[in-house]
Design a protein around this ligand. Structure first.
Ligand SMILES: *[C@@H]1O[C@H](CO)[C@@H](O)[C@H](O)[C@H]1NC(C)=O
Ligand SMILES: *[C@@H]1O[C@H](CO)[C@@H](O)[C@H](O)[C@H]1NC(C)=O
Length: 335
């Protein structure tokens, strides 16, 4: 199938393509606790796989013009290939995957396709006195989705180091962004649209919107460092890395512990795939300009003719007559 082909080998994202067969032992890079969850909830693992894939797709969309395009070298894990450096880019991927899993699980609950959850029952039937409407329809049970993401996604953080603190913090940022993005949808009832009664329910935001919100947070990510309670102890929390600063990062800020590599060259140590062969724009003054994208190595020019149907006319009766137009165009790829 398409998923399998794109990913090349078994990752969480290809579980969906395989159906509910128990393949938990074949999914690479699952922590022991994640394998246990996988075995007890094969239905959930499929949904989780879809959430991860959604997140990776969104990451690739948000960074399509960047030197780092959401690809990495190195070992394949259930969550895609992971960046070894604790950079802003790693921060973004952790946040969006945590949000992606919560989003997918919540959506599956709403659709009734996951056992053990459904619509948010807490709200069912209650009346909002102030605004004059009633909770109705199927409110998304975000609480369940967030909880699932926390249990499953956070379970991969088994080491006790600064990177773990960073990952857990960013996972939480991703889930908060989803929580912030929840919307209220309402419907009027009554004769010909008169709003005698109104029912409302909460719904999930579009995933694209979460992508943009997290991209903003990526642009403002803060550099942090671990603090140890005492020497030789494991780090216990993160603080902003600035002289004379003792501020902890806010729950809404993405954090990173290492500066980003420039992603110009392929480098197994950092996980950078480099920009050789990337398309670039000769005229733009943007991250995808050939100057920036190719890191000064220059670019190759490829010429081709673009052919399309043009000047189409509708002839009586009944067909359309077109000319064939063509144009020579050029694309540029980094050396
Ligand atoms: C990202 O860049 C790499 C290296 O040039 C390329 O092989 C890969 O196809 C790109 N991925 C996407 C999603 O554009
Ligand atoms: C290159 O960038 C310019 C200016 O931003 C834009 O108008 C043009 O469409 C871009 N070309 C391609 C091939 O994306």
């Amino acid at each position: 199938s398409k998923n399998m082909h794109v990913n090349g080998c078994l990752g969480l994202s290809s579980v969906a393509a395989l159906g509910a067969s128990i393949i938990c032992n074949k999914i690479p890079g699952l922590a022991p606790r994640q394998r246990t969850i996988c075995q007890s909830r094969p239905d959930a693992i499929i949904v989780i796989g879809e959430g991860v894939q959604r997140a990776i797709n969104e990451c690739q969309f948000q960074f399509r013009h960047g030197r780092w395009n959401c690809s990495a070298l190195g070992e394949r894990t259930a969550f895609g290939r992971e960046l070894k450096v604790g950079s802003k880019e790693a921060a973004f991927t952790y946040a969006i995957i945590a949000a992606g899993v919560a989003h997918a699980v919540t959506a599956a609950c709403t659709q009734g396709s996951l056992s053990g959850c459904g619509c948010d029952k807490e709200k069912q039937g209650f009346y909002n006195q102030e605004e004059g409407w009633k909770w109705g329809g199927c409110s998304a049970d975000l609480h369940y989705g967030l909880g699932f993401s926390k249990v499953f996604v956070d379970a991969r953080e088994i080491k006790q180091n600064a990177r773990t603190l960073m990952n857990l913090h960013n996972n939480e940022v991703g889930r908060r962004v989803l929580e912030k993005g929840m919307r209220l949808e309402c419907k009027c009832h009554g004769v010909s649209g008169s709003c005698t009664t109104k029912t409302c329910w909460t719904t999930l935001p579009k995933f694209r919107q979460l992508g943009f919100m997290l991209k903003d947070k990526y642009n403002q990510a803060v550099h942090v460092e671990p603090v140890r309670a005492s020497r030789n102890k494991r780090p216990t929390f993160l603080k902003i890395k600035k002289p004379h600063s003792y501020r902890k990062p806010m729950d809404s800020e993405l954090v990173y512990i290492e500066r980003s590599p420039n992603y110009c060259e392929a480098d197994a140590r950092t996980g950078s795939v480099g920009t050789q062969g990337r398309l670039c724009n000769r005229t733009a003054l943007q991250p995808n300009s050939c100057d920036l994208m190719c890191c000064g190595r220059g670019y190759n020019t490829h010429q081709y003719s673009r052919v399309w149907q043009c000047n189409c006319k509708f002839l009586w009766c009944c067909y359309v007559k077109c000319n064939t137009c063509s144009e020579r165009t050029e694309v540029y790829t980094c050396k």
